[in-house]
Ligand binder design. Structure first.
Ligand code: ADP
Length: 274
């Protein structure tokens, strides 16, 4: 069957024809299979946010195609709406978008717009709240009474409640303390394990990617530098340094990979440090 996400010759240019013209992505050819947990990494400005906005149809490619389940998402306007429901995108600091008077209403906003019955919406809300560890007693509270970490979880639940086939999270742990970070990543991992959906996690933490991802997508200023399994990508010593990993991070990455049972060779480790 078709990969869940495919891009063909995908490119994006900001402000074409103007003095401020900027090529953000060039000729990206990707195939992501269903059920992968993809860590998306690359330095600031490498095009991560441009790419994920293209994957759910928020930005229209200036060249090439985005295919979800084998279909070009821009083939017609009616279809586009359907694809936006299939690919759930959770922005950085998503809690700034909470606006309803209760947690319940905020989480139900997306599924309500999908034309589901009240009963289905209710089941979605409760399921999503459970995934992010929000108890029933939280549902009637105002989101504004909650802590930063709790607000973040409400916002993520709002995307989960749409039951997207592909879940994309842009730095979901940004600004949280280590405990809050571990909690959210653990919940995303459990969600992925239970649902078997495809997850894309944009992260600047190589350690988090090494701990949770099955595949890694590395972007650089010209497009996709590498796409492969975590051990493949992190074992490419010559590129590891190009993606900005210092020795402390390399140590953490290799420790995380070893803990997951990947055979990471000492030779590669030594080369990476050289
Ligand atoms: P990342 O998410 O990896 O930091 P972005 O996708 O935000 O990268 O940016 C890719 C490139 O496109 C960068 O050079 C950035 O400056 C440029 N860019 C992003 N958004 C805009 C915009 N609205 N107008 C002009 N250039 C932009």
């Amino acid at each position: 069957s078709a990969p869940v996400i495919e891009t063909r010759g995908l490119g994006y240019v900001y402000n074409p024809g103007l003095p401020t013209e900027k090529v953000a992505l060039r000729d990206v050819n990707l195939q992501i299979e269903r059920g992968e947990f993809v860590g998306v990494i690359g330095q600031t400005g490498s095009g991560k946010s441009t790419l994920i906005q293209q994957l759910n149809g928020l930005l229209r490619p200036t060249s090439g195609q985005v295919l979800i389940d084998g279909e070009d998402i821009w083939q017609d306007k009616e279809q586009l709406r359907r694809f936006r429901f299939k690919v759930g995108l959770c922005f950085q600091y998503p809690e700034y978008q909470l606006f309803e008077e209760s947690v319940y209403k905020d989480i139900s906003f997306g599924p309500k717009n999908m034309g589901l019955s009240e009963g289905e919406v209710d089941a979605r809300v409760r399921d999503a709240a459970r995934f992010v560890g929000l108890g029933e007693e939280m549902l009637d509270k105002s989101p504004f009474e909650l802590s930063g970490g709790q607000k973040r979880r409400v916002a993520i639940a709002g995307v989960l409640a749409m039951d997207p086939e592909v879940l994309i999270l842009d730095e979901p742990t940004a600004g949280l303390d280590p405990r809050g970070r571990d909690m959210i990543l653990g919940q995303i991992k459990a969600y992925h394990a239970e649902k078997g959906n495809t997850v894309l996690l944009v992260s600047h933490s190589m350690e988090d990617v090494a701990k949770f991802a099955t595949k890694v997508l590395v972007l650089n200023d010209t497009g996709v530098l590498l796409y492969g399994t975590v051990d493949e990508v992190f074992s490419r010593a010559e590129e590891i340094r190009a993606i900005g990993l210092g020795i402390p991070q390399i140590t953490q990455v290799f420790r995380a990979l070893r803990q997951r049972g990947y055979p990471v060779s000492d030779t590669v480790y030594t080369v990476a440090q050289a």
